[in-house]
Design a protein around this ligand. Sequence first.
Ligand code: ADP
Ligand code: MG
Length: 243
Amino acid sequence: MLTAVKLEKTYRRHAVQVRVLNGLDLEVQTGEFLSIVGASGSGKSTLLHLIGTLDTPDTGRVLLDGKRIDNLPSRDRDRLRNRTFGYIFQFYHLLPELNAVDNVLMPAYIGHSVLTWWQTRRQWRRRAEELLELVGLKHRLKHRPRELSGGEMQRTAIARALLMDPRVLLADEPTGNLDTEAGSEIVRLLRDINHNKGVTIVMVTHNMEIVSATDRVVRMVGGVVTDDTPAPRQSFQPRLAAV
Ligand code: ADP
Ligand code: MG
């Protein structure tokens, strides 16, 4: 479904060049929950940004359903980022002045004209509330980020990532700022979403414990993927109904 072909990326800062991706190839299958592991600085975030068209490779290609997406005009990439991909980050990136529902609504607000938004806002609001219920935050709809725990903020970010019904979730160290218990709850939630909604998930992490919840693990070393092995699979029971 998603393919990275011979990706190369070098960052240039003044006279310093850092070659981060070195001809990296990767294939992500439809419906799989893939984890990408590797040392800090090994280029995991860079790879995720290229796959999600948040940044562009120096050379190489990114394909979605066999069609190139890395070189699309910016309007088309905006649309992909709004509709096809959902993004989850280590530090949540919630807007501090907005409550949970309004944070979740952001992609719909951004992705529509003023008129369409005005006409459909009630449906979107209902959907945002349903998604917050799905992630276990029915009792936190009006809370602002600073009134939420880390795990709750990440759940809000996951609900936001799901709002536009994306095909792919890209998660960059989603448990990196959480304690073990909250972290495993987040991975369990992602596993449920993958299972119940058929959403493909690519998750970057350096927490080897949580990769056991995923279908496959790839490791990055030296700017390429070095191994590609099935994760030891635990039995994660889906508990959530699909929305
Ligand atoms: P990881 O997510 O695996 O920790 P990153 O992809 O964030 O790794 O970064 C890989 C390397 O690229 C690091 O050495 C980092 O310092 C460097 N790097 C990342 N982003 C930039 C940037 N925008 N400008 C310059 N160097 C960067
Ligand atoms: Mg990173």
